[in-house]
Design a protein around this ligand. Structure first.
Ligand code: B4P
Length: 200
């Protein structure tokens, strides 16, 4: 299996780039933000619980998110690989992911971390908030809270992968295509190293 994580602060373009990556390389896209928004749209008990946290720009509790990922991995037992988008976001989630993947006799190959300045992130999310209808994108104070939660709880997760020499920093400012090319180069270098054949 070829498994990668797309890492970065809120609004860094994880969702935007993930769509293009899964299209090109045939990986299964596991985006915790999308899964949670679907639960909210379906008005499930999990969705109602998650909404209380997301509306305030806080992280949803680890056990909720880890359970969701566990069942998605089960559902796609024969995938050629996964792209994790927005997960893991805490040290506990990173440890749980390692365990779940090792049960499947696989692991993370690379973590691609998008780097974007705080000002640019706020600008992008406020702009998205004008049309997305997402309640966590319309209020600048909530967006800033998401960023400070990222700095405190999520950014340290990068060290977990840096220690395993799996972290690659990619500039997340520029056109969507420029960033996609940079990400594709990293993915293909890793595929070559692991002798995986791309889906193209
Ligand atoms: P997510 O859905 O993961 O999303 P995000 O962090 O808001 O944004 P992303 O980085 O994907 O940015 P995008 O491509 O959309 O999280 C939402 C919430 O869900 C979290 O705050 C949390 O509450 C909860 N949650 C999710 N996962 C969780 C977990 N594991 N544990 C606990 N809680 C969890 O891009 C943003 C905007 O920028 C778009 O409008 C896009 O068009 C624009 N853009 C993209 N690339 C650009 C570029 N190169 N130039 C200019 N604009 C660009």
């Amino acid at each position: 299996m070829f498994n990668i994580i797309l890492f970065g602060p809120p609004g860094s373009g994880k969702g935007t780039q993930s769509d293009k990556i899964v299209d090109k390389y045939g990986l299964v896209h596991l985006a915790t933000g999308n899964l949670l928004r679907q639960e909210i749209a379906d008005k499930t008990p999990l969705g109602l619980e998650a909404k209380r946290f997301m509306d305030k720009g806080q992280l949803v509790p680890d056990e909720v998110v880890i359970g969701m990922i566990d069942s998605c991995l089960e559902k796609h037992a024969y995938a050629k690989g996964f792209l994790f988008d927005g997960f893991p976001r805490t040290a506990a989630q990173a440890e749980a992911l390692d365990k779940l993947l090792s049960l499947k006799k696989t692991s993370i190959c690379k973590v691609l971390a998008l780097e974007v300045s705080e000002d640019e992130l706020i600008k992008r999310l406020l702009k998205r908030g004008e049309t997305s209808g997402r309640s966590d994108d319309t209020n600048e104070a909530i967006i800033r809270n998401r960023y400070s939660v990222y700095k405190k709880d999520t950014e340290p997760v990068a060290n977990h992968y840096k220690a395993e020499d799996k972290l690659v920093i990619v500039k997340g400012e520029g056109s969507v295509d420029e960033i996609f090319n940079a990400l594709s180069n990293c993915i293909e270098a890793e595929m070559d190293a692991q002798q995986v054949f791309s889906a193209e």
